[in-house]
Design a binder for this molecule. Sequence first.
Ligand code: CP
Ligand code: NVA
Length: 307
Amino acid sequence: MRHFLDLSSAGPDGLAAILADAIDRKAAREGQPKGAPDADAPLAGHVLAMVFEKNSTRTRVSFDMAMRQLGGSALVLDAATSQLGRGETVADTARVLSGYCDAIMVRTDDHAKLVEMAEYASVPVINGLTDLSHPCQIVADLQTILEAGMALPGLKVAWLGDGNNVLASIVEAGGLMHFDVVAACPQGYQPPDDVLARGGGRARCVADPREAAEGADVIVADTWISMGQEHAEQKLKAMLPYQVDGALMAAAKPGARFLHCLPAHRGEEVSADVIDGPQSLIWAEAENRLHAQKAILRWCFGQIATG
Ligand code: CP
Ligand code: NVA
């Protein structure tokens, strides 16, 4: 049994195998109705419990559809209507859900709750986003980069804006897959040193957005205000020079690509002409959440060999 708490749970070989599986299975079912199960239905009879303590569109629907395509099914618990919202402990919830379901996906605030879920569950636990990281998103991002014809080793990935959970998983991916991450973040919103350290010496943070963008193969942005954060005018003001616009894209390599995990705020972290323009891969990236999720689930159930 394998938990997918961060990209390091899979390691470099596991992550490479997950990406290959996601790409292969996506190609193999092209043109089929979305709800039709894959021919081999590798998770037939399996049920995924999805615990949401924060909002979601992509993660919720892509995991649900991933389970359907793998031959299984999924159910949702949210904080508002489950006993989690009335103080039942994570440990008790983990043990109870393990008796009904074959895997648990958790989207929550405090990463420690995810770790506690994994500690007490007797089924695989998957990180569907915490305040610390968003590894499932970055599997989809890496898949999108590979499908755009780029090799991961040696890439320069530029991050613009808040030093947040999504950046933390990109940094971790860089360390595992040997690409450089240069994050441009305003004073007070840089990633902590221990997050940068996950990049194995390949990640750094700068103040100048142009320095990050120059020569980049991929430019990534995310919301300036993550779920659970206060909508502060002061933060928005500090972030303004870090907006990804046409001028910043022009500083990157010719043919550089733009990624955003969505939801997006046009006119804040990215201009409309960039996110809706020819360099943007956001729709493929969003769709790849489904294909990546399927591979992550199969890895959790030991259906994908690691190394
Ligand atoms: N990118 C992402 O995780 O989207 P949702 O919040 O809609 O799940
Ligand atoms: N950083 C964002 C990502 C949303 C998918 C958040 O945590 O809200």
